[in-house]
Design a binder for this molecule. Structure first.
Ligand code: KG4
Ligand code: ZN
Length: 348
């Protein structure tokens, strides 16, 4: 096994994450600073504020992570940072610090694809999934179904044609006045909602294929709100929001489950991996567990902290890539748009 000790840096959006992963000892330390409060008053991520905050927080967080592991720079054998996809300025702040540290410490640096980080996050758990598996990647920016034969061996089975699942949660929550980030806000309100009040559509489940479309559901929630809220205020209005949150969550969860079941059946692979921020959703996890046990297979997830953005998944993905001999030169760049499929090895 590759014994490298890798420092991973995540700054693609609104979380500053740093972690140290070692081949022998596994995950040695991880630290996360979330900018949620900074962006909350704007109802979403403000890119320029995000970049400035990463610049402020990253170096102290690297120090804290080294301290937590009882290490110094001399113990680090390689640096991995998220190069994309994500916000250009946010990515650049992580890339600049990561590449410079690697130069100072005279160790190799490697670019990590943020979605490959998410995809491999379940590998940090005590019982990791084995290849091949089908992965549902559900984050704020992406919804993808991918058949994974190994690291860098990905086949895209389906993706969202419009809003990502997390984006639909965020926009619907904003529209209902539930705040940011929308996923946890909707999930909390859905707990209080009546599941029988409304039934929302399950988009694109009645036709073949594994693509998704979530933007219509957001509009469905909006028109339901407009139609039903006339004359309502106070507790009545809040109860209506709870019921809409529940109907919306049930529709997204059901749609994701139906597509995953189809992917499992069509691919003949009976291991499912869920990753990305939306994989933190409890109702989604329960529904997928039930579906996978009925299919005679099993579902794997990262722990809740590692569903949303974090440095541990970047350190792990970087450890894999550095171990395979990859590294970059002294120049660095941000890749705001970067397809996961671009990572696939050329067919031999
Ligand atoms: O992976 P992530 O941290 O960042 C991106 O790479 O985008 O995902 C963030 C997304 C947000 O859209 C957030 O609303 C959603 O994940 N999310 C959830 C939950 N927790 C976070 N969605 C549904 N239920 C949750 N419990
Ligand atoms: Zn993410």
């Amino acid at each position: 096994m590759n014994q490298l000790t890798v420092l991973g840096i995540e700054t693609s959006c609104d979380e500053t994450g740093v972690a140290i992963y070692s081949g022998g000892a596994g995950l040695l330390a991880h630290q996360l600073y979330s900018q949620v409060e900074l962006h909350a008053e704007y109802g979403g991520v403000v890119p320029e504020l995000a970049s400035r905050d990463h610049v402020r927080k990253l170096v102290p967080l690297i120090r804290a992570t080294l301290n937590q592991a009882g290490m110094t720079g001399a113990d680090i054998g390689g640096i991995a940072y998220t190069a994309g996809p994500g916000l250009a300025g946010a990515l650049l702040s992580g890339a600049a610090v990561g590449r410079s540290l690697a130069w100072t410490w005279k160790v190799p640096a490697v670019e990590v694809h943020h979605m490959e980080g998410h995809l491999l996050a379940p590998m940090l758990e005590e019982t990791p999934p084995e290849f091949p598996f089908v992965a549902l990647l559900v984050s704020g920016g992406h919804t993808m179904l991918v058949k994974v034969a190994g690291i860098g061996r990905y086949e895209l089975l389906g993706e969202s044609l419009d809003d990502a699942a997390g984006e639909a949660f965020d926009k619907t929550a904003k529209m209902l006045g539930l705040g940011y980030p929308g996923g946890p806000a909707i999930a909390a309100r859905a707990e209080l909602g009546n599941p029988d009040h409304f039934t929302f559509p399950r988009p694109m489940t009645d036709r073949p294929g594994l693509d998704f479309s979530f933007s219509g559901l957001k509009t469905y929630a909006l028109t339901t709100m407009q139609r039903e809220s006339a004359g309502l205020q106070g507790e009545g209005l809040e109860m209506l929001k709870n019921d809409i949150a529940r109907a919306f969550e049930d529709a997204v969860v059901d749609t994701l489950m139906l597509k995953c079941r189809r992917a499992i059946r069509e691919s003949g692979v009976n291991t499912l991996v869920l990753a990305g921020g939306v994989a933190a959703n409890q109702r989604l996890r329960e529904k997928m567990n039930r579906m996978m046990s009925a299919e005679g297979g099993s579902a794997f997830y990262p722990r809740l902290d590692f569903c949303t953005d974090n440095g541990a998944m970047i350190a792990y993905a970087g450890w894999q890539r550095l171990g395979a001999g990859e590294s970059i030169g002294l120049a660095f760049q941000a890749r705001p748009r970067w397809s996961l499929m671009a990572l696939c090895e050329p067919a031999v």
